[in-house]
Design a binder for this molecule. Structure first.
Ligand code: NAP
Length: 311
Protein backbone atom coordinates (compact mmCIF):
# COMPACT_ATOMS: atom_id res chain seq x y z
CA UNK A 1 0.00 0.00 0.00
CA UNK A 2 1.27 3.49 -0.81
CA UNK A 3 0.75 7.24 -0.63
CA UNK A 4 0.59 9.43 -3.74
CA UNK A 5 1.88 13.01 -4.09
CA UNK A 6 0.31 14.91 -6.98
CA UNK A 7 0.71 18.59 -7.83
CA UNK A 8 0.66 19.84 -11.41
CA UNK A 9 1.85 23.28 -10.29
CA UNK A 10 4.45 22.67 -7.61
CA UNK A 11 7.85 24.07 -8.44
CA UNK A 12 9.31 22.30 -5.41
CA UNK A 13 8.25 18.67 -5.84
CA UNK A 14 11.64 17.31 -4.75
CA UNK A 15 11.41 19.31 -1.54
CA UNK A 16 7.90 18.00 -0.87
CA UNK A 17 8.93 14.40 -1.48
CA UNK A 18 11.95 14.80 0.79
CA UNK A 19 9.88 16.28 3.62
CA UNK A 20 7.05 13.75 3.28
CA UNK A 21 9.48 10.83 3.20
CA UNK A 22 11.28 12.17 6.27
CA UNK A 23 7.98 12.44 8.18
CA UNK A 24 6.49 9.18 6.94
CA UNK A 25 9.43 6.82 7.20
CA UNK A 26 8.34 3.25 6.48
CA UNK A 27 5.61 4.38 4.06
CA UNK A 28 6.04 4.31 0.31
CA UNK A 29 5.49 7.77 -1.23
CA UNK A 30 4.96 7.78 -4.99
CA UNK A 31 5.19 10.83 -7.19
CA UNK A 32 2.52 11.44 -9.82
CA UNK A 33 2.69 10.66 -12.73
CA UNK A 34 6.06 8.88 -12.98
CA UNK A 35 5.73 6.52 -10.00
CA UNK A 36 1.95 5.90 -9.81
CA UNK A 37 2.20 2.15 -10.49
CA UNK A 38 -0.83 0.06 -9.51
CA UNK A 39 -3.55 2.61 -8.63
CA UNK A 40 -5.34 0.12 -6.35
CA UNK A 41 -2.36 0.31 -3.95
CA UNK A 42 -2.81 4.03 -3.24
CA UNK A 43 -4.57 4.68 0.09
CA UNK A 44 -3.94 8.41 0.55
CA UNK A 45 -3.40 11.13 -2.05
CA UNK A 46 -1.62 14.34 -1.06
CA UNK A 47 -2.54 16.97 -3.61
CA UNK A 48 -1.88 20.55 -4.60
CA UNK A 49 -3.43 20.88 -8.04
CA UNK A 50 -4.46 17.40 -9.30
CA UNK A 51 -5.08 16.34 -12.87
CA UNK A 52 -8.84 16.63 -13.54
CA UNK A 53 -10.52 13.20 -13.30
CA UNK A 54 -7.36 11.44 -12.13
CA UNK A 55 -8.44 10.89 -8.51
CA UNK A 56 -11.56 8.97 -9.64
CA UNK A 57 -9.22 6.19 -10.77
CA UNK A 58 -8.00 5.09 -7.32
CA UNK A 59 -10.44 2.47 -5.96
CA UNK A 60 -8.93 2.17 -2.46
CA UNK A 61 -8.43 5.84 -1.64
CA UNK A 62 -9.23 6.47 2.04
CA UNK A 63 -8.60 10.24 1.99
CA UNK A 64 -7.27 13.14 -0.06
CA UNK A 65 -5.15 15.69 1.80
CA UNK A 66 -4.66 19.20 0.42
CA UNK A 67 -1.32 21.01 0.57
CA UNK A 68 -3.30 24.29 0.53
CA UNK A 69 -5.52 25.85 3.21
CA UNK A 70 -8.01 26.98 0.56
CA UNK A 71 -9.68 24.12 -1.31
CA UNK A 72 -11.74 26.14 -3.82
CA UNK A 73 -9.72 24.81 -6.78
CA UNK A 74 -10.31 21.25 -5.58
CA UNK A 75 -14.06 21.91 -5.42
CA UNK A 76 -14.25 22.43 -9.19
CA UNK A 77 -15.97 19.63 -11.14
CA UNK A 78 -13.88 16.50 -11.59
CA UNK A 79 -11.02 17.55 -9.33
CA UNK A 80 -11.80 15.32 -6.32
CA UNK A 81 -14.32 12.47 -5.90
CA UNK A 82 -17.12 13.61 -3.58
CA UNK A 83 -17.28 10.30 -1.69
CA UNK A 84 -13.68 10.38 -0.40
CA UNK A 85 -12.91 12.47 2.73
CA UNK A 86 -10.92 15.61 1.87
CA UNK A 87 -8.68 17.22 4.48
CA UNK A 88 -7.41 20.78 4.21
CA UNK A 89 -4.17 22.20 5.52
CA UNK A 90 -4.09 23.90 8.92
CA UNK A 91 -0.51 24.77 9.82
CA UNK A 92 1.04 27.02 12.47
CA UNK A 93 3.62 28.43 10.09
CA UNK A 94 0.95 29.40 7.56
CA UNK A 95 -1.11 30.97 10.33
CA UNK A 96 1.83 32.96 11.71
CA UNK A 97 2.72 34.27 8.24
CA UNK A 98 -0.87 35.31 7.51
CA UNK A 99 -1.17 37.04 10.88
CA UNK A 100 2.03 39.03 10.21
CA UNK A 101 0.70 40.03 6.79
CA UNK A 102 -2.63 41.17 8.25
CA UNK A 103 -0.92 43.05 11.10
CA UNK A 104 1.36 44.80 8.62
CA UNK A 105 -1.53 46.23 6.61
CA UNK A 106 -3.81 46.99 9.55
CA UNK A 107 -1.01 49.00 11.20
CA UNK A 108 -0.24 50.69 7.88
CA UNK A 109 -3.83 51.80 7.37
CA UNK A 110 -4.48 52.56 11.04
CA UNK A 111 -1.52 54.95 11.14
CA UNK A 112 -2.61 56.33 7.73
CA UNK A 113 0.74 55.74 6.07
CA UNK A 114 -1.15 55.53 2.75
CA UNK A 115 -2.33 59.13 3.24
CA UNK A 116 1.07 60.38 4.42
CA UNK A 117 2.57 58.84 1.30
CA UNK A 118 0.26 61.01 -0.84
CA UNK A 119 1.09 64.10 1.25
CA UNK A 120 4.79 63.35 0.84
CA UNK A 121 4.37 63.25 -2.94
CA UNK A 122 3.07 66.84 -2.70
CA UNK A 123 5.77 67.88 -0.15
CA UNK A 124 2.97 68.73 2.32
CA UNK A 125 3.69 68.75 6.07
CA UNK A 126 0.24 67.97 7.45
CA UNK A 127 -0.35 65.88 10.58
CA UNK A 128 -3.70 64.07 10.31
CA UNK A 129 -6.18 63.96 13.23
CA UNK A 130 -5.15 61.52 15.95
CA UNK A 131 -7.11 58.26 16.19
CA UNK A 132 -6.97 56.06 19.28
CA UNK A 133 -6.26 52.39 18.57
CA UNK A 134 -9.13 51.38 20.84
CA UNK A 135 -11.52 53.36 18.64
CA UNK A 136 -10.34 51.85 15.37
CA UNK A 137 -12.83 49.27 14.16
CA UNK A 138 -11.10 46.36 12.48
CA UNK A 139 -13.39 43.70 11.02
CA UNK A 140 -12.35 40.21 9.97
CA UNK A 141 -14.59 38.26 7.63
CA UNK A 142 -13.96 34.62 8.54
CA UNK A 143 -12.67 33.86 12.04
CA UNK A 144 -11.41 30.47 10.91
CA UNK A 145 -8.00 28.86 11.37
CA UNK A 146 -6.30 31.99 9.99
CA UNK A 147 -8.74 34.79 10.85
CA UNK A 148 -9.10 33.90 14.54
CA UNK A 149 -5.34 34.17 15.13
CA UNK A 150 -5.09 37.55 13.39
CA UNK A 151 -8.11 38.72 15.42
CA UNK A 152 -6.51 37.66 18.71
CA UNK A 153 -3.27 39.48 17.91
CA UNK A 154 -5.17 42.63 16.89
CA UNK A 155 -7.11 42.51 20.19
CA UNK A 156 -3.74 42.23 21.92
CA UNK A 157 -2.61 45.43 20.20
CA UNK A 158 -5.72 47.22 21.45
CA UNK A 159 -7.91 47.46 18.34
CA UNK A 160 -11.71 47.23 18.43
CA UNK A 161 -12.02 43.91 16.61
CA UNK A 162 -15.13 42.24 15.21
CA UNK A 163 -15.58 39.06 13.21
CA UNK A 164 -18.21 37.94 10.73
CA UNK A 165 -18.94 34.26 10.23
CA UNK A 166 -21.59 31.74 9.29
CA UNK A 167 -21.59 30.29 12.83
CA UNK A 168 -20.84 32.28 16.02
CA UNK A 169 -17.17 32.23 17.05
CA UNK A 170 -15.91 32.75 20.57
CA UNK A 171 -12.61 34.61 20.26
CA UNK A 172 -11.70 36.54 23.43
CA UNK A 173 -12.23 40.28 23.01
CA UNK A 174 -13.76 39.95 19.52
CA UNK A 175 -17.35 41.02 18.83
CA UNK A 176 -19.04 38.31 16.79
CA UNK A 177 -21.50 39.03 13.97
CA UNK A 178 -23.20 36.02 12.43
CA UNK A 179 -24.91 35.43 9.12
CA UNK A 180 -26.07 37.45 6.14
CA UNK A 181 -28.53 39.55 8.13
CA UNK A 182 -25.75 40.90 10.40
CA UNK A 183 -23.30 41.65 7.57
CA UNK A 184 -24.43 45.26 7.21
CA UNK A 185 -24.06 45.94 10.97
CA UNK A 186 -20.59 44.39 10.88
CA UNK A 187 -19.51 46.50 7.89
CA UNK A 188 -20.93 49.73 9.32
CA UNK A 189 -18.54 49.61 12.30
CA UNK A 190 -15.52 48.41 10.30
CA UNK A 191 -12.89 50.94 9.19
CA UNK A 192 -10.30 48.36 8.23
CA UNK A 193 -11.83 45.27 6.63
CA UNK A 194 -9.82 42.04 6.40
CA UNK A 195 -11.15 39.25 4.22
CA UNK A 196 -10.16 35.73 5.25
CA UNK A 197 -13.18 33.85 3.95
CA UNK A 198 -12.91 30.73 1.83
CA UNK A 199 -14.05 31.06 -1.77
CA UNK A 200 -17.45 29.38 -2.15
CA UNK A 201 -20.58 30.11 -4.20
CA UNK A 202 -21.83 32.19 -1.21
CA UNK A 203 -18.70 34.30 -0.83
CA UNK A 204 -17.90 34.90 -4.51
CA UNK A 205 -18.27 38.62 -5.22
CA UNK A 206 -19.04 39.39 -1.57
CA UNK A 207 -16.93 42.57 -1.77
CA UNK A 208 -19.14 44.48 -4.19
CA UNK A 209 -20.65 47.93 -4.54
CA UNK A 210 -23.29 47.31 -1.85
CA UNK A 211 -20.96 45.88 0.78
CA UNK A 212 -18.18 48.38 0.03
CA UNK A 213 -20.74 51.21 0.34
CA UNK A 214 -21.80 49.92 3.77
CA UNK A 215 -18.31 50.60 5.17
CA UNK A 216 -17.58 54.03 6.69
CA UNK A 217 -16.25 56.51 4.11
CA UNK A 218 -12.47 56.12 3.66
CA UNK A 219 -12.39 52.57 5.05
CA UNK A 220 -9.49 50.38 3.93
CA UNK A 221 -9.53 46.81 2.65
CA UNK A 222 -7.04 44.01 3.23
CA UNK A 223 -7.93 41.17 0.87
CA UNK A 224 -5.69 38.18 1.49
CA UNK A 225 -7.92 35.16 0.83
CA UNK A 226 -9.19 34.87 -2.76
CA UNK A 227 -9.47 37.43 -5.56
CA UNK A 228 -12.94 36.30 -6.62
CA UNK A 229 -14.34 37.69 -3.37
CA UNK A 230 -13.96 41.10 -5.03
CA UNK A 231 -15.95 42.53 -7.91
CA UNK A 232 -12.92 44.28 -9.41
CA UNK A 233 -14.71 47.14 -11.16
CA UNK A 234 -16.78 47.92 -8.04
CA UNK A 235 -13.60 48.21 -5.98
CA UNK A 236 -11.96 50.49 -8.55
CA UNK A 237 -15.06 52.73 -8.56
CA UNK A 238 -15.14 52.86 -4.75
CA UNK A 239 -11.44 53.76 -4.60
CA UNK A 240 -11.83 56.41 -7.30
CA UNK A 241 -14.60 58.23 -5.48
CA UNK A 242 -12.93 57.95 -2.06
CA UNK A 243 -15.52 55.66 -0.44
CA UNK A 244 -12.66 53.20 0.00
CA UNK A 245 -9.44 54.86 1.15
CA UNK A 246 -6.98 52.17 0.04
CA UNK A 247 -6.76 48.45 -0.57
CA UNK A 248 -4.02 45.88 0.00
CA UNK A 249 -4.67 42.99 -2.37
CA UNK A 250 -2.80 39.69 -2.35
CA UNK A 251 -5.07 37.37 -4.37
CA UNK A 252 -6.77 37.94 -7.73
CA UNK A 253 -9.45 36.48 -9.99
CA UNK A 254 -6.78 35.71 -12.55
CA UNK A 255 -3.25 34.87 -11.42
CA UNK A 256 -0.78 36.07 -12.45
CA UNK A 257 -2.70 39.35 -12.64
CA UNK A 258 -2.75 40.37 -16.34
CA UNK A 259 -0.31 43.19 -17.16
CA UNK A 260 -3.13 45.46 -18.36
CA UNK A 261 -5.31 45.05 -15.26
CA UNK A 262 -6.22 48.46 -13.74
CA UNK A 263 -5.21 47.27 -10.23
CA UNK A 264 -1.51 47.45 -11.18
CA UNK A 265 -1.36 51.19 -11.68
CA UNK A 266 -3.97 52.33 -9.18
CA UNK A 267 -2.42 54.81 -6.72
CA UNK A 268 -4.49 53.50 -3.80
CA UNK A 269 -3.86 49.82 -4.33
CA UNK A 270 -0.98 47.96 -2.72
CA UNK A 271 -0.48 44.72 -4.56
CA UNK A 272 1.41 41.53 -3.70
CA UNK A 273 1.50 38.34 -5.85
CA UNK A 274 -0.35 35.83 -3.63
CA UNK A 275 2.41 35.63 -1.04
CA UNK A 276 0.54 36.50 2.18
CA UNK A 277 1.05 32.98 3.52
CA UNK A 278 2.66 30.38 1.33
CA UNK A 279 2.61 26.72 2.32
CA UNK A 280 5.95 25.82 3.89
CA UNK A 281 6.69 22.17 2.92
CA UNK A 282 8.78 21.65 6.08
CA UNK A 283 5.97 22.41 8.54
CA UNK A 284 3.10 21.39 6.27
CA UNK A 285 4.59 17.91 5.72
CA UNK A 286 4.54 17.38 9.50
CA UNK A 287 0.82 18.27 9.64
CA UNK A 288 -0.02 16.19 6.59
CA UNK A 289 1.95 13.20 7.94
CA UNK A 290 -0.11 13.40 11.15
CA UNK A 291 -3.30 13.18 9.08
CA UNK A 292 -1.90 10.33 6.95
CA UNK A 293 -1.26 8.31 10.11
CA UNK A 294 -4.80 9.02 11.36
CA UNK A 295 -6.37 8.04 8.05
CA UNK A 296 -4.37 4.81 7.84
CA UNK A 297 -5.57 4.03 11.38
CA UNK A 298 -9.17 4.41 10.21
CA UNK A 299 -9.83 7.96 11.48
CA UNK A 300 -10.93 10.97 9.43
CA UNK A 301 -8.55 13.86 8.64
CA UNK A 302 -8.50 16.48 11.44
CA UNK A 303 -9.75 19.36 9.26
CA UNK A 304 -12.32 17.79 6.95
CA UNK A 305 -13.88 19.77 4.12
CA UNK A 306 -17.67 19.91 4.15
CA UNK A 307 -18.43 18.96 0.54
CA UNK A 308 -21.81 20.72 0.61
CA UNK A 309 -20.44 24.02 1.95
CA UNK A 310 -17.26 23.80 -0.11
CA UNK A 311 -14.74 24.57 2.64
P1 NAP B 1 -11.30 28.23 7.59
O1 NAP B 1 -10.64 27.74 8.84
O2 NAP B 1 -12.18 27.29 6.83
O3 NAP B 1 -12.12 29.52 7.98
C1 NAP B 1 -13.08 30.08 7.15
C2 NAP B 1 -13.97 31.00 7.96
O4 NAP B 1 -14.87 31.65 7.06
C3 NAP B 1 -14.80 30.25 8.99
O5 NAP B 1 -14.81 30.99 10.18
C4 NAP B 1 -16.18 30.23 8.34
O6 NAP B 1 -17.24 30.33 9.26
C5 NAP B 1 -16.20 31.51 7.57
N1 NAP B 1 -17.17 31.43 6.45
C6 NAP B 1 -17.15 30.60 5.41
N2 NAP B 1 -18.20 30.82 4.60
C7 NAP B 1 -18.89 31.84 5.16
C8 NAP B 1 -20.07 32.52 4.80
N3 NAP B 1 -20.76 32.20 3.69
N4 NAP B 1 -20.51 33.51 5.60
C9 NAP B 1 -19.85 33.82 6.72
N5 NAP B 1 -18.71 33.20 7.14
C10 NAP B 1 -18.24 32.22 6.36
O7 NAP B 1 -10.22 28.77 6.54
P2 NAP B 1 -8.74 29.33 6.84
O8 NAP B 1 -7.77 28.23 6.99
O9 NAP B 1 -8.83 30.36 7.91
O10 NAP B 1 -8.43 30.03 5.44
C11 NAP B 1 -9.25 31.05 4.91
C12 NAP B 1 -8.89 31.31 3.46
O11 NAP B 1 -7.65 32.01 3.35
C13 NAP B 1 -8.66 30.06 2.60
O12 NAP B 1 -9.88 29.50 2.17
C14 NAP B 1 -7.83 30.60 1.46
O13 NAP B 1 -8.70 31.01 0.43
C15 NAP B 1 -7.15 31.82 2.05
N6 NAP B 1 -5.67 31.71 2.10
C16 NAP B 1 -4.93 32.63 1.43
C17 NAP B 1 -3.55 32.57 1.47
C18 NAP B 1 -2.68 33.59 0.77
O14 NAP B 1 -1.46 33.46 0.73
N7 NAP B 1 -3.23 34.65 0.22
C19 NAP B 1 -2.92 31.57 2.24
C20 NAP B 1 -3.71 30.66 2.92
C21 NAP B 1 -5.09 30.74 2.85
P3 NAP B 1 -17.95 29.06 9.89
O15 NAP B 1 -16.90 28.27 10.58
O16 NAP B 1 -18.90 29.70 10.81
O17 NAP B 1 -18.57 28.30 8.78
Amino acid sequence: MAILFMDKNADNIDRWLRELRANLAGHEIRQWPEEVGDRSEIEVAIVGLPERGELERYPNLKAILSTWAGVDRLMADGMVPRNVPLGRLVDGSLRADMTLFVLHWVLHFHREIHLYRELQAEARWQPLPYRETAERGVGIMGLGALGADAAEKLVGLGFAVAGWDAVAKDVAGVTSFVGANRLHDFLERTEILVSLLPLTPETEGILNKETLAALPRGACLVSCARGAHIVDEHLIAALDDGRIGAAALDAFRQEPLPADHPFWGHPRIFLTPHVAAKTNPRTAAQEIAEDVRRVLAGQPPRYPVDMKRGY
